[in-house]
Design a protein around this ligand. Structure first.
Ligand code: ADP
Ligand code: MG
Length: 690
């Protein structure tokens, strides 16, 4: 296999465009892609035709507009290229109109009330900044998804808008440093965690099939305590999966770079090389899909759920994020000269202020039922948003606040940027793995995301919040008579005001929540606690001002989030009831019945059977208790309040508690019932296959 030839072979990328498009068309399209200018409809036909010819040469027969509705997963509706002719034959056609716009039936996608209000039919619109690609003999065209009245119904549109917002404001700020930059983009490298389990075991677990996680299961005799899986040698079967996965991802132009084992048994990670946020988002969606498909080919099931197994670390996603110019400058790279220092410190200050003022939005962007199991459970960062900057940078910020000189072993820095900042080695900034938002030398790593997430939302929050701070800074500095003085004053003032968000200590520590409370930081424990803050006045103002969301769009998203949370737990509760009634209780009764027969037989021939007798009694008592808990769960589930927000809280407080009560007894019973009577594979079977 020749990797360079394989790489991107299924992507209508720049090289293919250059080769297949007339020069002037190629140039116009490039301009649209790089500068984010509007697409010239004139060229659409030419592009569509070239795309079709290329796709046919790769064996494609169909095309689809590929989009990301608010369900979080991607959607597609396939049409064939076939167009009938008068003489009964067909030709393969694809018009510019079909490339630019599609009209999938929007009614079955969540809209959070948007459609009811606006009678909105949906349409999809080509996003030329993300390359078209071929998947399963289908030409996939990345698109945005909107209603006819213009309300956005997807995750890509707000992301593109937020990228415009931060670009506009960052360019303004850079102008003050004498730089004429036309476009600034945010870049993201998302590290993706996942579990691989055997397909045969999966097929026997209704909870995994219906909810993506195990709702029952006693801990296996061995868990992750030996720490022998992390970076450990990879099982040959898994190794073959990873090789195949890399190949499939490379074909799609996804730079999968590292594959390794994670902390939990059967847990692995895939990290790509970073790209612009929009493409990173599309690629991460694709990667998750490809992982599942490739797993299937290898007799595995790929679990992307945030918490497939209780008592075993769950899966997350690290969103490595930075800002760079179209001239190739990383704006979060500490400078090598006094003026680039000052520029770095200004962008750093914008991020600090943004994370502090919009803690709630960052928290909301990582809130769902699955991730609630992880955040604050000592396996992922706490639910409290804070920032880690490392010792050097913190010392520099301290000296800025106190107005004293910063001195390290080799040099002194007076005022903002008056001397060269020390090089900040990556290892000194990367030691803290417990921080939700860590500076790692030239980028920030947002570590709170759950493994199933579409990364668009967290990046919409980050981009827009930082855009707002840059806007404020630009306004102030544009009006200043003495730029250097104004800049130094601004940085000092804002770092002082938002210092509370910086925490370099142990995020898992018991003292931290109390300390965070003293600092006035938010601690939004659960999804129902977090989501209502979405439409706080300051947040509506933020998104409106930057043209990212209207208030109506925000309310719809909030409602969808709350409903999705309640629905998820509702399905889990119904699945629990089902498994208790149809699998677990019957197994316990069968086993205890068998024991009771043994006891009777033994007694009939005058043999005492104290062990069996005691076991029958305990099993019978516990089965009764379990039946009670099942009935209690049914009652709880029958009394869900109608109001969306109240319902979400009720699912969190009452339904989950009732499920946990039943599970505790079921898991005890699992330890007492003979293996061949237990109706589904145990944690030991699932996690320690060969
Ligand atoms: P770790 O496991 O230590 O967190 P990795 O090297 O596995 O680090 O992942 C780091 C991720 O950060 C990679 O996806 C990498 O491409 C990405 N990254 C590096 N530089 C940038 C940048 N400037 N912007 C965004 N992401 C970046
Ligand atoms: Mg990481």
């Amino acid at each position: 296999m020749k990797v360079p030839e394989l790489f991107g072979s299924m992507v209508f990328n720049d090289a293919v465009m250059k080769e297949r498009l007339p020069k002037d068309v190629y140039k116009t399209l490039r301009k649209t892609i790089i500068q984010g200018t509007a697409l010239d409809p004139e060229i659409a036909n030419v592009v569509a035709n070239a795309m079709k010819d290329w796709a046919l040469s790769k064996g494609a027969t169909h095309f689809t507009h590929w989009f990301q509705p608010m369900t979080g997963v991607t959607a597609e509706k396939h049409d064939s290229f076939i167009s009938p002719c008068a003489d009964g034959t067909v030709i393969m056609e694809f018009s510019g109109k079909e490339l630019i716009k599609g009209e999938p039936d929007a009614s079955s996608f969540p809209s959070g009330g948007l459609r009811a209000t606006f009678e909105a039919r949906g349409y999809t619109a080509w996003d030329p900044t993300s390359y078209a690609f071929i998947k399963d003999q289908t030409l996939c065209i990345p698109t945005a998804f909107c209603s006819y009245t213009g309300q956005i119904l997807d995750k890509k549109t707000p992301l593109l808008r937020s990228m415009d917002a931060i670009s506009n404001q960052a360019c303004r700020v850079l102008k003050l440093f004498g730089k004429n930059v036309r476009r600034v983009t945010t870049t993201v490298g998302p590290e993706q965690e996942y579990f691989l389990i055997d397909k045969k075991d999966y097929a026997k677990r209704p909870d995994l099939i219906l909810t993506g996680r195990t709702l029952f299961g006693a801990m296996a005799p061995k868990g992750q305590e030996m720490e022998d899986h992390y970076f450990g040698s990879i099982r040959p079967r898994v190794k073959r999966f990873m090789e195949d996965l890399d190949e499939e991802l490379w074909k799609l132009g996804i730079c999968s770079k590292t594959e390794h084992n994670e902390v939990a048994p059967c847990q692995h990670e895939m990290a790509p090389i970073f790209s612009t946020t929009n493409i990173a988002t599309d690629h991460n969606q694709l990667a998750m899909e490809v992982m599942k498909k490739v797993a299937d080919r290898h007799g595995f099931v790929c679990l992307l759920h945030e918490k497939p197994f209780e008592g075993v670390n769950g899966s997350g996603k690290h969103n490595n994020w930075s800002i760079s110019t179209d001239t190739g400058e990383n704006l979060l790279e500490p400078g090598k000269s006094p003026s680039s220092n000052a520029q770095f410190l200004l962008f750093l200050t914008a991020v600090i202020k943004a994370v502090d003022e919009y803690q709630d939005l960052l928290r909301i962007s990582v809130a769902n039922a699955g991730n609630d199991h992880r955040l604050g459970a000592n396996e992922a960062p706490p639910a409290i948003v804070s920032m880690f900057v490392g010792d050097e940078l913190e010392a520099i910020l301290e000296s800025i606040i106190s107005g004293t000189d910063y001195t390290d072993v080799t040099r002194t820095m007076m005022n903002v940027g008056a001397s060269v900042l020390p090089d900040i080695p990556k290892d000194s900034t990367d030691r803290n793995r417990t921080s939700p938002f860590a500076f790692t030398g030239n980028k920030f790593e947002f570590r709170m995301l759950g493994s199933t997430f579409n990364i668009a939302c967290p990046n919409v929050m980050l981009n827009t919040a930082v855009a707002e701070e840059l806007r404020q800074f630009a306004e102030e500095l544009e009006a200043a008579a003495d730029f250097d003085k104004a800049l130094a004053a601004l940085v000092q003032r804002e770092v002082t005001a938002h210092q509370r968000i910086i925490f370099n200590g142990n995020g898992y520590g018991e003292e931290w929540p109390a300390e965070a409370e003293r600092r006035g930081l938010l601690n939004l424990h659960s999804t129902p606690d977090a989501l209502p803050h979405y439409t706080d006045k300051k947040n509506i103002r933020l998104f409106q001002n930057h043209g990212v969301y209207t208030e109506v769009e925000m309310r719809s998203r909030q409602e969808i989030g709350l409903e999705e949370y309640s629905k998820t737990i509702h399905i889990e509760a119904l699945t629990s009831i089902d498994m208790l009634g149809k699998l677990i209780l019957p197994a316990v009764l069968e086993y205890s019945g068998k024991l009771a027969e043994n006891v009777a037989v033994k007694k009939s021939i005058g043999v005492n059977a104290p062990a069996e007798t005691a076991m029958v009694q305990t099993l019978t008592d516990k089965a009764a208790a379990l039946a009670d808990k099942k009935a209690a769960l049914e009652t709880v589930l029958a009394n869900v309040p109608a109001d969306t927000e109240a319902a979400a809280h009720y699912y969190h407080d009452s339904v989950i508690a009732a499920m946990d009560d039943a599970r505790a007894i079921a898991d005890e019973l699992e330890m007492m019932v003979g293996k061949k009577y237990w109706p589904f594979p145990t944690y030991g079977d699932l996690l320690f296959y060969v």
